[in-house]
Design a protein around this ligand. Structure first.
Ligand SMILES: [Zn+2]
Length: 511
């Protein structure tokens, strides 16, 4: 059994969650659920990034303390992710002085002892929006590309992390065949390699308390506060207590470590983070799984344009059911690509794929079996379905983090099943026994389909299995449920004798 430690980026607590946050968590959750279903031992961590100047400013505008602001924001994220069925095991917060701070302080001290930190007087260009010093390459016509504003010239004393000298080591780490740090999908790796080839620069690691007060104090230097890197990136190991007396190495040294992040923060995760770990004598992670941005009807979502899609509105549209959104994002956006959110497309897919293709198939099969004696007679005839190859294609896709392909494998098979039903037309078959065999083959197909849907739309998968009345249905949503080799076999659940009542799987949308 292999061990898997999966993390997402921690969310910045200065505003409410948006579609990008949601896509990342759903993508990570799908992989995590697949790991558990194939029998791996998994730890899944998400959390909040709660320090920094923007938090300080947002709190001031709301006339509350930064501490009160983050206390208000954390439950908003936590609660949304629970309703989206994100199956996280741990929720870390960077203001947590018990869980988080001891590892951060220990990491800082190790970096300093290793000679990886240096205090300098520095003059640079600081973008308030980005909350960081910009390099010349970041600027076009002297302006930050993201905020379209000229950064402020600032002179101050900072601790610097010596990243410049790590270029060759990082290049080797990111291109190694075995034991390296892999960027998935590989197409996203080139951007990072280009940054290394252009030459790295040392990184500002602290700021004077006068510029940044809401953060973790630098050990033995009371006038300096840690800047985001050492504070936030360290969440990935502080949740495990690394570098403290309660270190749990079983989900670091003895696990495959996957960080799921957006493409905009790739360079911090692919360059600064592994270099920090190396200098601190901690092994580097295995994989960076990257996603792109979500646009709205082809346009960048922005508060100025006023086209930000609120995930809460999507949940409301489907009466709180998270599965249409989970399905939409996995079905529409290949891992690593940018994708588009469109209400029209979401509702079209809901009707065409979830209601008609999947929901109707289940309903027709159960209603017809319900008019007979509900008995299941799974034929051993191998010509009935494509079972083995479908499972192989599906598992290969998920093992290689191609969720898009995996969900298309399922829905292609659902389409095949619908064709099979129309071709065999059980309603025209005279013999009761022949009818049983055709409808049982379809029910068995649906049993497989519901197992495959578990990583993507877990609640729907459970409801299908419950209606089918398969004996393991009640256990399917628990974290220790495993899809065994037996369950993947055609007729692999011999205890299953009869189907249950048909219920509507997806209600029609009100217009
Ligand atoms: Zn900026």
């Amino acid at each position: 059994m292999s061990r898997q430690y999966v993390t997402t980026a921690i969310d910045y607590a200065n505003a409410v969650p948006h579609m990008g946050h949601v896509m990342e968590k759903i993508m990570a959750d799908t992989i995590v659920r697949w790991f558990r279903l194939r029998g791996d031992s998994v730890l899944f961590q998400i959390g909040m990034d709660e320090h920094g100047i923007k938090i300080q400013e947002t709190a001031e505008r709301q006339q509350i303390s930064p501490a009160a602001l983050v206390e208000k924001m954390a439950p908003i994220y936590h609660n949304l992710y629970e309703r989206l069925n994100i199956s996280f095991d741990r929720f870390i917060r960077t203001t947590d002085t018990v869980m988080h701070w001891p590892t951060v302080i220990a990491l800082w001290n190790r970096l300093r002892a290793a000679g990886a930190l240096e205090k300098r007087t520095y003059t640079g260009y600081y973008c308030l929006g980005c909350e960081r010093f910009m390099t010349k390459r970041d600027l076009i016509d002297g302006k930050c590309q993201i905020h379209n504003a000229a950064p402020k010239e600032v002179t101050e004393e900072n601790w610097f992390f010596l990243l410049k000298r790590e270029g060759d080591w990082l290049k080797n780490l990111l291109t190694k065949d075995a034991g390296g740090f892999r960027i998935v999908p590989p197409a996203r790796a080139q951007e990072v390699m280009t940054l290394i080839e252009q030459g790295l620069e040392d990184v500002s690691f602290s700021r004077p308390k006068t510029s940044l007060s809401w953060g973790i104090p630098v050990p033995d230097d009371p006038n300096q506060v840690m800047y985001v890197w050492c504070d936030a990136l360290t969440n990935y190991i502080s949740g495990l207590g690394l570098l403290t007396d309660h270190a749990d190495l079983s989900f670091w040294d003895d696990a495959e470590v996957t960080h799921v992040i957006g493409k905009d923060i790739a360079r911090f995760h692919a360059l600064i983070w592994p270099a920090m770990l190396k200098q601190a004598g901690v092994r580097t992670p295995d994989r960076l799984l990257m996603h792109g941005f979500v646009t709205n009807e082809g346009q960048k979502m922005s508060k100025t344009i006023g086209n930000v899609v609120d995930p809460e509105d999507v949940l409301k549209r489907f009466a709180g059911n998270p599965d249409p959104l989970r399905f939409f994002l996995s079905h529409e956006i290949p891992v690593g690509n940018d994708g588009d959110f469109s209400w029209k497309r979401l509702e079209e897919l809901y009707d065409a794929q979830l209601r008609n293709k999947l929901g109707n198939l289940l309903n027709r099969v159960l209603v017809m079996l319900g008019k007979m004696d509900r008995r299941i007679v799974v034929s051993s005839d191998p010509t009935w379905i494509a079972g083995d190859t479908v499972w192989t294609q599906f598992a290969d896709a998920l093992d290689s983090f191609d969720q898009w392909k995996a969900i298309h494998v399922i829905f292609d098979w659902i389409e095949e099943s619908n064709k099979f039903m129309n071709d065999r037309a059980p309603w025209k078959v005279a013999s009761e026994e022949d009818k049983h065999v055709i409808l049982s083959a379809l029910a068995e197909n649906l049993r497989h389909i519901s197992l495959m849907l578990l990583p993507f739309i877990p609640d729907t998968a459970y409801r299908i299995s419950k209606q089918l009345n398969v004996p393991y249905a009640q256990h399917m949503l628990s974290k220790d449920f495993v899809i065994t080799e037996n369950l993947k076999q055609w007729g692999g659940c011999p205890e299953w004798q009869s189907v249950g009542e048909a219920e509507i799987l997806f209600a029609p949308l009100t217009r």
